[in-house]
Design a protein around this ligand. Sequence first.
Ligand code: AMP
Length: 381
Amino acid sequence: MMNNPNHKVILPPKTVGILGGGQLGRMMAIAAKEMGYRTAVMEPAEDSPCAQVSDEEVVAGYADRDGAARLANVSDVLTFEFENIDGDTAEHLASSMYLPQGSSLLQITQDRKKEKEAIEAEGVPVAPWASIDSKAELDAAITRIGLPAVIKTTRGGYDGKGQAVLRETADAASAWRDLEGKGPFVLEAFIPFVTEISVIVSRGTNGDMTTFPVAENIHVNNILHQSIVPARVPQDVQAKAEDLARTLAESLGMIGTLAVEMFVTAEGGLYVNELAPRPHNSGHYTINACNVSQFAQHIRAICGLPLIEPELLKPVVMVNLLGEHMDGALAQMPIRARAHWHLYGKHEARPGRKMGHVNILTDHIPDTLEDLKSWGIWSHT
Ligand code: AMP
């Protein structure tokens, strides 16, 4: 089936151009290079994680059309590693250059309100929510939705930034003081989840679609800390999660990669929390534990190659390395024979900044989780 009028087969040594130079771009570029493609990157700062492994580097801001034109000039296909490219620039790129992913999904996932509407339109559950533009609307929404609830900015929030949990009525006033002017917002019911999971769907320009095994995700301070695969969630719930993710990918006309984050309740109910139209931190385990990585699959999808049906070759724990973990990680590197280290080449190890991750393949997840506590890297593990 060919569902994309732009379907083209791009073969090596053609050039894959990547908008955004962070770790996701770096891992896309590495996957592309393994297959024999050339790579180019556009990023405002020089020597970015992606530029370090790319053939061509365009130093320009994400909204710089001249920069994008320079990237397009040296590229045969464009992709993005970063969803906050402004809407006009994305539309311009999609209409004037070969960006098989298009720009509409990017624009939906940049806005929590549009994202929830798109998810609900497919009959996929999200937490009960309301759109908020004023303190009066916040108060009315609290009455309707109840507490606890979470207020989030509709745009620009990530890793828990731009949001606040409201536990009692009095929290509304202080949250509003902190957030006023950063709106619009949504208010969501707080879902008493037992587990957070994610599904990564890949979909090619030729209509091929695959999902990677469900990851169980543990967040610390709202930042992903660990992914555990297989997820410790019943099989039927995992199958339902994969189905929901495929439904969303197909209905949104997604090309490339979509990460679908979900909450699982004690009764096995699923609520979609967030979509990301790109490879995702919770899919980093695939690099070592699957027969194809999320990055290689993404390159295949946008280059019009058939997708590989993903298989988990071995259970795995992925743990993130933030700035504050780097000294510990470097101390462990010489002595941990089973650890697959992935460092992103960032020069400054600021606290909370994603610097790398480590994948540990294992026959026994509980032992591995216990063993990680003795590595002395993560104080909260
Ligand atoms: P987000 O930025 O929307 O991905 O939220 C960051 C984290 O906050 C999530 O991974 C959850 O751990 C928590 N969280 C966000 N929204 C909710 C909610 N409606 N109910 C429960 N926990 C939430």
